[in-house]
Write a protein that binds this ligand. Structure first.
Ligand code: BG6
Length: 541
């Protein structure tokens, strides 16, 4: 994953002619903020992927419009896509190239991180063509195979193809099987790479994830498969690796001897928005705990990898997940809490309860909140609880990892008026991205009173550059063939092995009285009890 890259051997070469062309076509008409930021110099030499065709399934869907196209457009704007790049958008709706480009153009206006200059947007859209077809229709794939081959021929025999599955998950097996039937997975015929990016959710339990892995594995080799968890593309999440393994002072205390417990919070103030139908089938445990939260946990708890590369990194994350036993059936009701929001007030606005949301069953038993206590049973972490909580319609949006250190072994300043709280390291993933260290300090004066103070690092004040969106990072990595920030088959299965027993128990046990928390509160009371039993409290965010 090393982001300091040598210039690509293939793809457009930097240099005066390319610079001149880029300036002419508007892509470098104005230096970007990052380009003039001296702090960035030497930190990252971007590499441009080899020329390729991207094939996007589910191109008319919400994810494509909100995330995928805007991210691609940013890559194009900042010259990170090769000039020979093309995208074939596959979906069922009756568009032609012109009407689909207009639709994508409108999406870019709504969702772009940095607005595109009209000329840059025009050139980007020109590279998109629409391919209408039903995912189950064989002929559509035959036509697609011809189209991909034509693109390749038009661009000097380029045979590299990046498939991206942003369609509904039930279509994944059919699409993969059809790509295999047409030989579109073959890297041998004419050379060039073939890769497939698969969106979440990857299965809905251990069994279905295994089945999907088998189905994908029948067509693509594991090295060709890029399973997305967009949390791994977030700047602050990637920084976890640098923070832990690029500094000398934290690793020695990153153990059971010094850490009392870890809290991971993914709080959202939004409800289910217009995704009621999806969420009814999903719930908080499948939607966020199984993937984003367990990924954060494994990055916090993993051992230093043997090398900074995809497999050594993922080997260590898998080991963490395999060291976590799901809560025992008898302890499930103690160690796992589920909740569902009722009506309430969030950020000063009255909001409906989950059961009143569009497309939600008025008697729904789907959880919109989950909290649990997990233990990583290995030498480093044995006996250190990891408390995880995630919910919708909480008072604010805040994702944070808090490492709570043990208290001092002996209180020297017992007479002090104010006792310090134990040290804490809070890694703010979003918003207000940064890292905070809490420690005790003597209050100025004649006595030895201690007050808790903080040292605070914020990205905003330390770096003038805007962080890329997670999708920009991940798309570029997939194009470059770097799978470090994508989940491997065994990793996905290990995560499901933790969450599936929880889901199974919920299936058997009568649900708690839902709704059991008010929108705008910090979740059900039983979540407070989960920590209170261990004589601890959730951090107030
Ligand atoms: C998605 C979930 O994977 O992550 C959503 O499906 C959730 O329900 C979202 O809102 C959170 O992502 P972010 O980047 O906004 O924290």
């Amino acid at each position: 994953m090393a982001r300091v890259r040598a210039p690509a051997s293939r793809g457009p070469k930097p240099g005066p002619i390319r610079e001149e062309r880029l300036a002419r076509d508007g892509r470098r008409s104005r230096p970007s903020r990052a380009a003039v930021n001296p702090l960035r110099e030497g930190l990252r030499l971007e590499r441009v992927p080899a020329p390729h065709t991207m094939v996007l399934f589910g191109a008319t869907g919400d994810l494509s419009h909100r995330k995928v196209f805007p991210a691609l457009a940013q890559l194009w704007r900042t010259n990170l896509l090769p000039a020979e790049w093309h995208l074939v958008a596959v979906a069922r709706r009756p568009y032609d190239d012109a009407s689909f480009r207009a639709e994508v153009g409108a999406a870019l206006e709504r969702h772009s991180r940095v607005p595109l200059e009209p000329e840059v947007a025009r050139q980007f859209l020109e590279r998109i063509s629409y391919h209408r077809g039903d995912f189950s229709e064989e002929a559509a794939y035959d036509r697609l195979a011809e189209r991909v081959a034509d693109h390749g021929r038009e661009h000097g025999g380029v045979a590299n193809v990046l498939f991206y599955l942003a369609a509904q998950p039930s279509a994944f097996p059919t699409i993969v099987a059809q790509l295999g039937r047409c030989g579109l997975d073959h890297e041998v015929h004419g050379g060039g790479w073939r890769r497939i990016v698969i969106e979440k959710p990857f299965g809905r339990d251990l069994e279905s994830a295994r089945r999907l892995n088998r189905e994908v594995g029948r067509v693509f080799r594991e090295a060709q498969v890029y399973r997305i968890d967009h949390y791994l593309g977030k700047e602050t999440v990637r920084n976890l690796l640098v923070f832990r393994f690029g500094n000398g002072i934290f690793e020695p205390i990153w153990t059971r001897q010094y850490v009392d417990h870890v809290q991971i919070t993914v709080a959202e103030s939004i409800g289910v928005e217009d995704r009621g139908m999806f969420y009814e089938e999903t719930g908080a445990a499948r939607d966020v705990l199984q993937n984003h939260m367990l990924q954060l946990l494994s990055l916090v708890a993993m051992e230093p990898p043997a090398a900074f590369a995809a497999d050594p990194l993922r080997d260590e994350k898998v080991k963490v997940l395999r060291s976590i036993a799901p809560p025992a059936r008898g302890r499930m009701s103690r160690d796992v809490v589920r909740g569902q929001y009722g009506p309430g007030w969030v950020e000063g606005v009255a909001v409906p309860g989950y059961r009143q949301e569009p497309e939600v069953d008025p008697d729904s038993e789907t959880e919109t909140y989950v909290a649990c206590r997990l233990e990583v049973d290995n030498w480093r972490w044995s006996g250190v609880p990891f408390y995880l909580r995630h919910g919708k319609r909480l008072p604010k949006r805040a994702t944070e990892i808090a490492i709570q250190f043990r208290d001092v072994p002996h209180r020297l300043f017992a007479e002090a008026e104010t006792d310090p709280q134990p040290n804490l390291l809070a890694i703010r993933i979003q918003p207000d991205e940064g890292i905070l260290l809490r420690f005790g300090s003597k209050v100025p004066g004649l006595g030895f009173d201690i007050r808790t103070v903080t040292m605070d690092f914020t990205y905003g004040s330390s770096f003038a550059a805007d962080a890329p969106d997670a999708y920009e990072t991940l798309l570029l990595d997939a194009m470059l063939g770097d799978a470090s920030l994508f989940t491997r088959a065994d990793e996905v299965e290990a995560a499901w092995s933790i969450v599936t027993p929880i889901l199974d128990t919920w299936l058997d046990a009568p649900p708690p009285e839902f709704p059991n928390y008010e929108a705008g509160s910090w979740g059900p009371e039983s979540a407070e009890a989960l920590l209170a039993r261990d004589d601890r409290r959730w951090r107030r965010l």
